[in-house]
Design a protein around this ligand. Structure first.
Ligand code: PDD
Length: 286
């Protein structure tokens, strides 16, 4: 059975979903997105994702296609129509189409933004990758300067994942001016002598919704947290490392540029944070 997807007000089988070839998301990557995870048929941190979406839209002077309450209703309807109990909901807003290709933004009162959502069924709580951990390589971070806006310009992250794959690894950490910014599609952390270290928030990285929750849970559990930049060398000498995102939660990293961390298996802090995150985020799920 094909998925039912949401396109600009309609719930349709995926084969029937249509977007204009003039859509600015397609032509200019003029769009923003969110990925919200689903566990036990409930949305994890919907509020956080909805607020970040609003912020991304505001930063780009893009009109919200629906209210955040309507967005929640659409998420729920899609979960119901696709019997989604575990996985993700992908949401994308683009600046729509004015029927041609022209660089300046069209008048938002005449050209409505476009909204697309679809479900992705995936086992994320009981993930086999979380049991063995990921191997990462480093790549230069050559993305644009507003990485805090969650835009659909993801070609460079795709290239990073391909470089990792070619090196027999799982993902890449991006490095700018000598320090790690973030993973291709996640926030990056190291642990040294019990302290969790992750880059501070700025326009250099995406302000991860999972990051915010994980750091809050870590502090509640009396763990030490330092929000600062770190180098690949420091990461290679760390006791352990991990990444966070809505699609992986807390995912251990066991190797960085060929250097094994600890005994090469997921570390205790990453494992504990993963457990805490799963339990606590489910309690607050919608
Ligand atoms: N990626 N940094 C980048 C560059 C990301 O693309 C993501 C998420 C994150 C983590 O953010 P959050 O915790 O809010 O998911 C950090 C999503 C999952 C994706 O592109 O599929």
């Amino acid at each position: 059975m094909s998925r039912i997807v949401y396109v600009n007000g309609d719930y349709v089988p995926e084969e029937e979903a249509k977007i204009s070839i003039f859509d600015r998301g397609f032509l200019f990557a003029d769009g923003v997105y969110e990925v919200t995870s689903v566990l036990d048929g409930k949305l994890i941190d919907f509020d956080g994702h909805a607020k970040r979406l609003e912020r991304s839209l505001n930063e780009l002077d893009m009109a919200a296609p629906v209210t955040m309450e309507e967005l929640l209703a659409i998420h729920r309807e899609l979960m119901a129509q696709n019997d989604l109990t575990e996985g993700m909901i992908y949401l994308q807003v683009t600046r729509g189409s004015d029927g041609d290709r022209d660089f300046p933004y069209p008048d938002a009162s005449k050209v409505p933004s476009s909204l697309v959502l679809f479900t992705q069924s995936k086992k994320i709580a009981d993930s086999p990758a979380a049991k063995v951990g990921m191997k990462v390589i480093s790549v230069e971070d050559i993305r644009w300067g507003r990485r805090d806006i969650k835009t659909v310009q993801l070609l460079y992250p795709c290239m990073g994942k391909m470089a990792a794959k070619a090196a027999g690894c799982d993902d890449a950490w991006m490095v700018e001016d000598g320090t790690v910014t973030e993973g291709t599609s996640n926030n990056a952390y190291i642990v040294k002598d019990g302290t969790i270290i992750t880059r501070h928030l700025s326009n250099d990285i995406l302000h991860g919704i999972t990051r915010r929750a994980v750091l809050a849970f870590a502090r509640e559990a009396q763990m030490q947290v330092e929000e600062r930049a770190f180098t690949i060398e420091e990461a290679q000498a760390a006791d352990e490392a991990f990444v966070t995102s809505a699609s992986t939660f807390v995912m251990p990293v066991v190797e960085i540029d060929g250097a094994q961390l600890g005994d090469g298996t997921p570390g205790p802090v990453a494992k504990r944070l993963r457990e805490i995150y799963l339990a606590e985020s489910l309690k607050a799920a919608l």
